[in-house]
Ligand binder design. Structure first.
Ligand SMILES: [Zn+2]
Length: 159
């Protein structure tokens, strides 16, 4: 459990990202709730230093969803094109036991089996946040491939 490959910081000025991560988490009876920055869909956001990447002589940073980072800490890299979904329907939760890998299609089926509908209620899920998740995933992938263009920019989820 020493972290995700390529994500450790050699720079002592920045605390180990995994230590920083857990400082933003409150473990409750069931869910581990993210108390740090959140996006407009209530997903936790975590800023991560891009190892070995520098922009204008400074370290480059990227933003990752907290629950996705939690998945990577515990289980490794997320397969391409896959989402990390919540069994507990709590977007702030980073409990790895409540997370599972799936596609947008899986998410829709999951909502159906739980009796949720993407329409007709005010629950956060009615706007299909996983779709946004997928968009931001694409941007994150770009950030990994071309960090000098996107590194250090916060708030990857934009419309
Ligand atoms: Zn949970």
């Amino acid at each position: 459990m020493s972290g995700v490959k390529g994500m450790r910081s050699p720079n002592r000025k920045v605390a180990d990202p995994i230590i920083r991560f857990w400082k933003n988490v409150v473990k409750q009876e069931r869910c581990w709730v993210w108390i740090g920055t959140r996006d407009k869909h209530d997903y936790g956001c975590f800023s991560l230093k891009l190892d070995g990447v520098r922009k204008n002589g400074r370290s480059a940073w990227t933003m990752i969803k907290a629950h996705r980072y939690s998945w990577q800490i515990h289980f490794g890299l997320i397969p391409d094109g896959k989402n990390v979904l919540h069994r507990c329907d709590n977007p702030r939760c980073v409990n790895p036991h409540h997370l599972f890998i799936g596609t947008q299609d899986d998410n829709m089926k999951d909502m159906a089996t739980k009796g949720r509908s993407p329409r007709g209620n005010n629950h956060w899920s009615h706007r299909m946040p996983e779709r946004m998740e997928k968009l931001s995933e694409g941007k994150r992938e770009n950030a990994k491939k071309m960090p000098r263009d996107t590194g250090g920019r916060f708030a990857p989820v934009s419309s």
